[in-house]
Ligand binder design. Structure first.
Ligand code: AMP
Length: 433
């Protein structure tokens, strides 16, 4: 199947071409025709499957066919980073159209709020918002939602986890009843179904099996006692084919220690955790995307939502606390059918956890031993118990999962910066002209 088969507005097809999107992903194949037909849907799909384009493209198409005066579409997202990433994707798809979008989110400084309000005054077809900020804007009558056609909830499970249920309901209470509602979630716990029942009439459900890592990932597992892990990581990083690497460790302290060790060895490395403030994290992410950093070491704060292309290697310095996290973490590589490598270090205590992961991914990985100069690693016992008393590890508090960072602009976007766009609209401060 090709994107042309959807009969999307030709300007959207042009944008897709410029972004080198050739073939729809499975969720796009399923979701785009359904959304174009106007039904409400629940989509079960995680980041990395192409879900963002799956909901943006048909909504953008509808918007171009039926322009509205006020805000046409609201996309609710749990975090500022995700809101920004979605906005950047919309910018790409709508590049050759006159549709406009703006991301509004809390967490920035007062200037951000003023800038967002100013941009809203000039009008925007699509608003991507974190729930709290949208409520403030609605409260201060900064935004006219009476013409709204589409409401999209992205990463709905995370929004509920983060306590946004009441905010979401408050927002929905001021929206026109006649609208299309699309709800996307990586998981489908009962509270998501309950929310869906409360905010949608009848809906279609589509699901992309979430618990399988992409085929393109070469998954490896190496048995290692804790004291061997840093040396093992150093060995792994000697392979210069791995030019863009993310390392996940279980605690901030560990992250900092590993970063210190690797920096001493002269690698371009940066730690990434919740001790850093927002602007520091953004700066680091930009450097990583620009390939000025080779290795980013983080807690799970790195694992969801990050949209950095071309990551060659993901290392699980520690086995992730729950199996779904493994899929999310290694999903940072081999995105949208590219290839990548994921290596997990397994200490004796983590063997039972790794067994759970193998159950989830329905695959048994070969358990490698570290290079002989690092000494023997533990054995992967069938009972899942440690055979050697060495190693073992205490897991620290689970870190926050706020994803950080923004999407890197591709060649298409750099083209945009250098001018020469052929959009129909004029030059106000809206971005997607
Ligand atoms: P998402 O799951 O929406 O976060 O998308 C993950 C990444 O895949 C993003 O960088 C998208 O730009 C990219 N992507 C999504 N769909 C396609 C496609 N059909 N072809 C190529 N890249 C895609």
């Amino acid at each position: 199947m090709r994107f042309e088969d959807f009969n999307l507005d030709p300007m959207i097809n042009e944008g897709l071409q410029a972004m080198s999107f050739e073939k729809p992903t499975p969720i796009q194949e399923k979701a785009i025709p359904l959304i174009m037909s106007g039904v409400d849907i629940i989509g079960c799909a995680q980041t990395g499957t192409g879900k963002t384009a799956a909901f943006i493209l048909p909504v953008l198409h509808h918007l171009l066919q039926n322009p509205t005066k006020g805000v046409n579409t609201i996309i609710l997202a749990p975090t500022r980073e995700l809101a920004m990433q979605i906005d950047q994707q919309i910018e790409g798809f709508s590049y050759f159209t006159n549709a406009s979008s703006i991301a509004v989110y809390g967490g920035g400084d007062g200037e951000d709020y003023v800038r967002q309000k100013r941009a809203l005054k000039t009008g925007a077809d699509i608003i991507i918002a974190t729930p709290g900020r949208l409520i403030s804007l609605i409260g201060s009558k900064e935004v006219d939602l009476s013409q709204l056609n589409h409401l999209i909830l992205d990463e709905a499970d995370r929004m509920l986890d983060m306590g946004f249920h009441d905010d979401i309901m408050k927002i929905i209470s001021v929206l026109p009843k006649k609208r299309q509602t699309l709800l996307f979630s990586a998981t489908m716990p009962p509270n998501i179904r309950k929310l869906a029942k409360g905010i949608m009439g009848s809906y279609e459900e589509i699901s992309i099996k979430i618990s399988k890592p992409a085929e393109g990932i070469d998954q490896r597992a190496i048995m290692a006692h804790d004291p061997q892990k840093e040396a093992l990581l150093t060995e792994v990083l000697k392979n210069k084919d791995f030019q863009s690497v993310i390392v996940f460790a279980s605690t901030r302290e560990k992250v900092k220690n590993i970063a210190r060790t690797l920096k001493r060895k002269g690698d371009k490395v940066q730690d990434f955790h919740s001790d850093l403030d927002q602007s520091e994290r953004e700066k680091i992410m930009q450097q990583f995307k620009a390939r000025n950093l080779r290795v980013l070491i983080g807690t799970d704060i790195l694992s969801r939502g990050i949209d950095v292309e071309g990551i060659d290697l993901v290392v699980n310095f520690d086995v992730p606390p729950d199996p779904e996290d493994y899929v999310h973490r290694i999903g940072r590589t081999a995105r949208a059918s590219k290839t990548g490598t994921a290596i997990t270090f397994i200490n004796p205590r983590d063997i039972p956890k790794f067994r759970q992961i193998e159950k989830l991914i329905e695959k048994e990985l070969k358990k490698e031993q570290p290079p002989s100069e690092l000494g023997e690693g533990p054995q992967y016992s069938s009972a899942g118990k440690s055979r050697s008393g060495k190693g073992g590890q205490r897991h620290g508090r689970r870190s926050s999962r706020n994803p950080q960072g923004k999407r890197r602009g591709g060649s298409f976007r750099s083209g945009k910066k250098s001018g020469g766009h052929s959009g129909r609209g004029g030059g106000d401060n809206r971005k997607s002209r």
